[in-house]
Design a protein around this ligand. Structure first.
Ligand code: HEC
Length: 130
């Protein structure tokens, strides 16, 4: 009977440890939700700024095809006002996630999940010129 008790407490121990790790992951996901959009574990979606993150990202991935003189689909992403307008229609994140039948942008291949979550977080926070 004593043997059974040992086995039982070992099993219980394993079960509790399992729960502990599950909770830890939940906790991390919740922490990432501070910016309003949950990103992958370890992806910081809080306090995304236009000048520090959005503008450089669009400059290197979108601007070549969406600027004055070369505005594919009539979309410009070379000034804050244009970026804000595109964010408000839902197209900015929409094309990155290929939502609602929109074409995937950039056409060469999707940005990574964390980057998209960061853009989405900035849009949800009001697409501010911060
Ligand atoms: C290599 C050129 C190129 C790059 C780089 C590029 N685009 Fe585009 N984009 C296009 C073309 C061409 C279209 C029109 C395609 C279509 O309608 O199928 C388009 C269309 C769009 C549209 C309008 C979609 C619609 O149908 O409403 C948006 C919004 C957009 N792009 C955003 C972006 C964003 C954001 C990036 C960067 C993450 C980006 N694009 C990068 C060429 C590009």
């Amino acid at each position: 009977m004593k043997f059974y008790k040992i086995i039982l407490s070992l099993l219980l121990g394993v079960a509790l440890t399992g729960c502990f790790y599950d909770n830890k992951e939940d906790l991390l996901t919740e922490m990432n939700e501070g910016g309003g959009v949950p990103g992958p574990i370890g992806c910081e979606t809080d306090s995304i700024s236009y000048s520090g993150f959005i503008q450089p990202l669009l400059n290197s991935n979108c601007r070549s095809c969406h600027r004055q003189g070369s505005a594919n689909a009539g979309i410009r992403l070379d000034t804050y006002a244009f970026v804000q307008a595109t964010a408000r229609t839902g197209q900015l994140v929409g094309v990155m996630k290929r939502r609602d039948g929109l074409p995937l942008m950039p056409p060469s291949g999707a940005l990574d999940d964390c980057t998209i979550a960061q853009v989405e977080s900035w849009v949800k926070a009001g697409a501010l010129e911060n």
